[in-house]
Design a protein around this ligand. Structure first.
Ligand code: FHN
Length: 422
């Protein structure tokens, strides 16, 4: 393994993280963009800090929810676009230590995560709406430079004062009129210098690509897709995708099955799934989110082998675009020479997979180890599994573990009509 692969090892083993958007914006309960979307003047918005009173121990509740969900790491918003820091910063008075609860919530969170054996991720927004120099960098050069200095100084504080940090998720690198691209963001934030400092302070850290430089991870939002340049971490809300922070009335909650499909799809692409919750003003995670996290955790306790440290599988259902093959039951993930057929649509007593080039050794139901008879034909490259339960063994997704005599390969069909004659 090279140095990058070594840093990625825990990330691949984890596959699933919990994202937490928490801050002053939870008080109005209309999402984390409320200050900007409603053009609330900074002094008026800042007064929210005086009523911000997260319950003692809320960070431990977040970590308990993450562990119950089967997540292996957590990412907390240390500061979002509104400028309010959940950590003790020497370069800002707008923090949860100096104004409001009088607590370093980032420290509470990091300590609780480590105590539970979870990896620690920090989200940090480079932009800060309180700076005119963000919106009009040419008109307010002093404010612009103060904003950039704040970003470097606060990232240094986060990388220095809170122990080992496993993941740094930048956000808000874009310009206020969205007229430039990532190379210009990197120039504006002096990201090469910033990330060199981060890596010096935290040598094993993984950094996302949102400061404008590529770094270690791509971060698709509200969709799951493999990275085009490397490893991806797809992030998503449980409720409507319009807000990540607490929104009091949030319809259209995704089902546990939909969320599990996204998690498996991420693993299928060799990437991770970062699922978001937005705690309420007291720091409580709402029942609609907790229920779905618990359902995922129950499934992962029985079937996690199909997700944790699992990688892409070439078999149908995972086939690259450009083929017409559909996998009627569900996708495959892979670990070494084992394939995990994740069946969201249970076929009944028989399951058939085609274009199976690699000889099959054994077929079992992952969660119980129950073995099933099968026929595999090298000529037709067809696998037929028999004697399966009539009804799905698992309410969310039933996984058949198929052990092959090597890394499973997708068979080729020179003559697409060959199967017709049998
Ligand atoms: O503007 C933010 C948004 O509030 C949220 O933090 C998401 C989640 O990563 N990122 C940005 C939108 O792309």
């Amino acid at each position: 393994m090279n140095e990058y692969e070594n840093r990625l090892k825990w990330f691949h083993e984890a596959r699933f993280g919990l994202y937490i958007h928490f801050g002053l914006y939870s008080i109005p309960g209309r999402g984390e963009w409320t200050m900007y979307s409603e053009r609330i003047p900074a002094p008026e918005y800042a007064r929210l800090a005086d009523q911000f009173r997260p319950e003692p121990g809320c960070a431990k509740e977040w970590i308990s929810a993450a562990a119950a969900a089967g997540a292996k790491y957590v990412v907390l918003t240390t500061r979002h676009h509104d400028g309010y820091c959940l950590f003790d910063s020497q370069c800002s008075d707008f923090t949860s230590v100096k104004r409001g609860p009088g607590r370093d919530l980032v420290r509470e969170y990091a300590e609780a995560a480590r105590a539970a054996g979870l990896r620690v991720g920090f989200y940090y927004s480079l932009l800060d709406w309180r700076f005119p120099g963000y919106f009009e960098p040419e008109k307010y050069p002093e404010s612009r430079e103060a904003l950039i200095a704040q970003a470097h100084d606060q990232v240094r504080e986060l990388m220095t004062n809170y122990g080992k940090i496993d993941l740094l998720e930048y956000d808000g690198g874009w310009d206020s009129r969205l007229r430039t691209g990532r190379p210009q963001w990197a120039e504006f934030w002096r990201s090469a210098e910033l990330n060199a400092m981060v890596r010096k302070l935290q040598p094993g850290i993984l950094i996302n690509d949102r400061s404008g430089t590529d770094e270690d991870l791509e971060t698709p939002e509200q969709e799951v897709r493999p990275g085009s340049r490397g490893v991806s971490e797809s992030c998503m809300c449980i409720g409507d995708s319009c807000a990540w922070g607490y929104t009091r009335f949030n319809p259209n909650w995704k089902t546990a099955e939909q969320l599990l499909q996204h998690l498996i799809q991420a693993a299928q692409g060799g990437g991770n799934f970062l699922l978001n919750v937005g705690p309420d003003p007291a720091g409580r995670i709402r029942s609609e989110e907790l229920d779905r996290l618990a359902a995922l955790g129950g499934w992962l306790r029985e079937n996690g082998e199909a997700v944790y440290n699992a990688f892409p599988c070439s078999l149908i259902g995972s086939a690259k675009p450009g083929t017409v093959d559909l996998n009627l039951q569900g996708p495959w993930t892979r670990k070494g020479s084992c394939g995990y057929w994740c069946m969201f649509r249970w076929p009944g007593v028989e399951a058939v997979a085609v274009r199976i080039k690699t000889p099959v050794k054994r077929v079992t139901l992952l969660k119980t180890g129950e073995e099933f008879p099968f026929e595999w034909d090298a000529r037709t490259q067809r696998l037929k599994i028999r004697g399966l339960p009539v009804f799905p063994p698992d309410a969310l997704c039933s996984v058949l573990k198929v052990e092959f005599e090597g890394v499973p390969e997708l068979g080729t069909e020179e003559d697409l009509s060959r199967w017709l004659a049998g």
